[in-house]
Design a binder for this molecule. Structure first.
Ligand code: ZN
Length: 106
């Protein structure tokens, strides 16, 4: 695993650890390096979960289209209920999202 220079993970919430492990498992399975490109530093959208330590970004531009879609299904199969995975132009954004869990248990 590489963590890009200047990435801040100090306030990354412990709830993000399972998502990070699942991402690592996938990248290991395709024998490609996982590179974290953002934690809670930098400028993000207003209200972004990056500011609350509930999101991180990983590089995807070294993956093929097919590897990206394998990554999406691998991730969703394992933790779709409490995390959102959004594929952006050159990275994947992963954030904590327990709204579905609360809908099931009002
Ligand atoms: Zn992001």
């Amino acid at each position: 695993m590489y963590i890009k220079k200047d990435v801040r993970l100090r306030s990354l919430c412990a709830c993000m650890v399972p998502a990070l492990i699942i991402c690592c498992d996938f990248f290991n399975s395709i024998k490609k390096e996982i590179i974290i490109t953002s934690g809670n530093e930098g400028i993000h959208k207003k209200g972004s979960k990056h500011y609350d330590g509930e999101a991180f970004d990983i590089r995807t531009y070294h993956l093929s289209k097919s590897e990206i879609s394998q990554f999406q299904s691998y991730f969703r199969k394992r933790c779709d209920s409490c995390f959102d995975l959004v594929i952006e132009k050159d990275h994947a954004h992963i954030e904590y999202d327990d709204s579905e869990i609360f809908e099931e248990f009002p």
